[in-house]
Design a protein around this ligand. Sequence first.
Ligand SMILES: [Zn+2]
Length: 249
Amino acid sequence: MHITPHIMDIVRRTVDTILPPQSLLTGSLEAGTIESDMWGAVTFLDEPCCHICGFPFEFDEGALALCGRCSIKKPVYDVCRAGFKYDDASRPLVLGFKHGGRTEGLKIFAAHMCRAGRTILEDADYLVPVPLHISRRVKRRYNQSALLASSLSKISTPSFDPDILMRNRATSTQGGRSASSRRRNVQGAFSVRQAAMARLKGSNIVLVDDVMTTGATLEACARALKRAGAAKVCALTLARVVKAAPLPT
Ligand SMILES: [Zn+2]
């Protein structure tokens, strides 16, 4: 049967009647003024920022400026960028996507990641999602990082490759842990698949994840990729926690 645009309109209207489009931010059934007000409260991240981890700066401190954390100890990844700040305004977006099955915002998410990560996407070879252990993927039905990486590959040049990195063991949640406990929890949790070794050698990788909190997971992944021969490992996340490092005592 030939499907005309008119028929598609009827199908779409019927589907909308059965499953009305919900607001991503409020969960209400109608997108309206509140929706645009809430989007307005989301803090999108861009320059000026720490040239390594992307920590936002209020003022431009030069192209090579570093934040407190990176000036004390450089992270394992080369560069990290995030689409927006993880805070009260953006939390419903992230949690709805991560745990609530709300995948309809993927195109917007990918567009913001692409904007924030334009310089690291330029010369990258592969978009590698942070893998979920199979037990968690079954529970959640999808790997949110793989959905983000796949959407990003449609609007940027690197190829989506979910078969490079694997999670060796199920780790307990990173939520509520201190920075050092997060590091220990994911230590040695990731490795490179034997079949991917050859294409990984000398390549330029962009790791993709939903939220960067302390960066422990991204660093554990970057370590595994670099040990296996990746030339450069950057990271791109949908959101990130923005918390200044405590002042040294
Ligand atoms: Zn930094």
